[in-house]
Design a protein. Sequence first.
Length: 217
Amino acid sequence: MALRKELKTNSIVILAQSFNPSIFNRYWLVSKGFIDDESILPNSVFAPNVTQVASKEFNLLVLPEQLQFNSNTDNKEFESNVEKTLKPIIEKLKEIPYRASGINFHWFVDDDETEIGELSEKLFYYNSSSLHEAFRSDNSRYGVYMSKDFENARMKLDIKPITTTENSTGRKNEFIQFSFNFHRDLNQESASDELINFLNNWPKFKAEAEQIISLIS
């Protein structure tokens, strides 16, 4: 058995009582130095109730109650994008009533010699569980959910088999997806400072997720 483990996506979600998406217009983002004008791709959207900035490096989506920041480059560059763009935006907009934030990592795991049903059974099936026994069949898939406190966040790990479809060929591929979410509720009296401190822990969160992934064999 030869497991393959690939970090597919990094993302950060920030919730607030109210964002004003129109503030995040092209002129403001460029004039404040958050992004170069030539980096903004044509499919970006700037409207009163939604801003979606597409670039080669990241996607920034702003809705009335949510901001999403996703990396479009090699995952190793995600921390740099957070430092250059997201954190400066938060520091500029400290008056926004931030409520909570989540840092997310999604790994895909598969095996070039074992099909996903068998792999998920090997990793997550418990013979002593009557619930698992009720789902035992030739086409069963297994997963698990776990959570714990870590640093200044609640770490949640949702593991489940998924199926993806290749756009070019229509071919379907199965993986076991490990979805890590590090969640932090923010104190309204110090929300922006807590949010920055939370984002500063991104390397620790990633290292913890990597350490857990390394345990899968």
